[in-house]
Design a protein around this ligand. Structure first.
Ligand code: CTP
Length: 405
């Protein structure tokens, strides 16, 4: 971690005193720490304590003339390799989740293009409050990373989740962030989940995809160091950690979001995109016909996102495009033809028949089909399959790097 720079934003909570220890432990490891304190944080610890330990001036005000001349707040937020917020109070989380910027800490958080790691600390009821949980999900969706909170007794006398992670746990999370993975420096797009195609305001066409495989792949790529944009249809499964999440509903929205995520080095199309949409979805609920005749739904084929992105010219096309083939019969034969038809580099064929059980289940058995090889992978959990795929992608990245040299 030597030579790395952390901007530590200290929020107003009793756990602020633990951040003195955090600064010491990071400094010992050669990390340069610059501290920003909120007004409330200064009620718990004096800026001088942090200044003594970090050897740097502690910033507290948004408008300090000399600082604006020496280093503007934009520059301050971008000169770091990582922003750490500890303790991340309910207030700081709410501000960033909602894009508020009315003091130095919140302005820095909004102005940065650097990864943000939050260590929340608050009363258990505040942590469990739906508003905080909403903000947590929104922040995760924006790619903010979290360490803690831990469960235990709190300064306020209550017990439960809300204690800030211990300084060494935060150091470990920082270390993980700085450890270069095999995909560090690469960008990836992952599509996931089903799409919902409206019939009328209350009904839609959908499928059984849970989004589990896509989440696992996005997390595996992010853990390997890639900057991942995760475009997901309305899936029941939780969103992946450490990725930028773009929620969509229809195939048309997924196509637009996938296009907006380019350029990317790697694209994995794990979404079970609905093949058809209702040609003119009704703006009003369709009522039953008195004669008992069912409504005639006219369907139009959806755009094939994978085929479109595979057909982009070099420079715009991701260098590695990976599709999935959901098949119920003649799995390999259909999948081989599908790879050629869609123009992707790799295709992961899986059996989604009831006996195959991949769709909606936790396990998967796949065959990786490339231009010149086929690998049969064992039946395994979707997490394990994702790790295997990330490893294969890392091997591709390292071969390509060698080729480019
Ligand atoms: N796909 C896509 N856009 C679509 C349909 C599929 O991007 N409109 C992608 C899927 O994400 C997957 C691959 O194409 O990576 C194959 O999806 P699959 O459902 O197996 O194939 P289809 O193209 O729908 O073909 P068919 O239904 O005839 O098997």
């Amino acid at each position: 971690m030597t030579g790395k720079r952390v901007l530590l934003i200290v929020g107003g909570g009793i756990a602020a005193y633990k951040c003195l220890e955090l600064v010491r432990r990071l400094s010992e490891r050669g990390v340069g720490v610059r501290v920003v304190m909120t007004k409330a944080a200064q009620e718990f610890v004096k800026p001088l304590s942090f200044a003594s330990l970090s050897g740097e001036k502690v910033q507290t005000e948004l408008f300090e003339l000399t600082d604006e001349v020496e280093m503007g707040h934009i520059e301050l937020s971008r000169s770091a390799d990582l922003l750490v917020v500890a303790p991340a109070t309910a207030d700081l989380m709410a501000k960033l989740a909602n894009g508020l910027a009315n003091d130095l800490a919140s302005t820095l958080l909004l102005a940065t293009d650097t990864t943000v790691l939050m260590a929340p600390a608050m009363n258990v009821r505040m942590w469990e409050h739906p508003a905080t949980q909403r903000n947590l999900e929104a922040l995760k969706g924006d790619g903010v990373l979290f360490v803690g909170p831990n469960e235990g007794g709190m300064a306020c006398g209550e017990y439960g989740p809300g204690r800030m992670a211990e300084p060494m746990e935060i150091v470990a999370a920082v270390e993980r962030q700085f450890a270069a993975g095999p995909l560090t420096g690469l960008t990836a797009l992952v599509t996931s989940g089903p799409t919902h195609e409206p019939i009328d305001p209350v009904r839609y066409i959908a499928n059984r995809s849970s989004g589990r495989q896509g989440v696992a792949i996005a997390e595996a790529l992010a853990s390997a160091g890639a900057a991942v944009t995760f475009v997901t249809g309305p899936a029941e499964h939780a969103t992946p950690l450490g990725c930028k999440v773009v929620p969509v509903e229809t195939a048309a929205q997924m196509r637009a979001a996938a296009g907006a995520a380019l350029p990317a080095d790697i694209a994995v199309f794990a979404a079970a995109v609905a093949d058809w949409r209702v040609t003119s979805a009704d703006g009003r609920k369709i009522k039953k016909d008195k004669s008992g005749a069912p409504p005639a739904l006219e369907l139009t084929e959806n755009p094939d996102i994978l085929a479109e992105i595979s057909a982009l010219p070099p420079g715009k096309r991701p260098r590695l495009v990976i599709g999935f083939a959901a098949e119920t019969n003649d799995v390999l034969k259909n999948a081989r033809a599908k790879r050629l038809r869609k123009g992707c580099d790799w295709l992961i064929a899986n059996d989604v028949s009831e006996t195959g059980g991949a769709m909606g289940g936790t396990q998967n058995q796949a065959t990786l089909i490339t231009a010149d090889a086929e690998e049969n992978w064992p039946r395994e959990t979707k997490t394990s399959l994702a790790a295997r795929l990330a490893e294969r992608i890392a091997a591709w990245a390292s071969e390509n790097e060698t080729a480019e040299c």
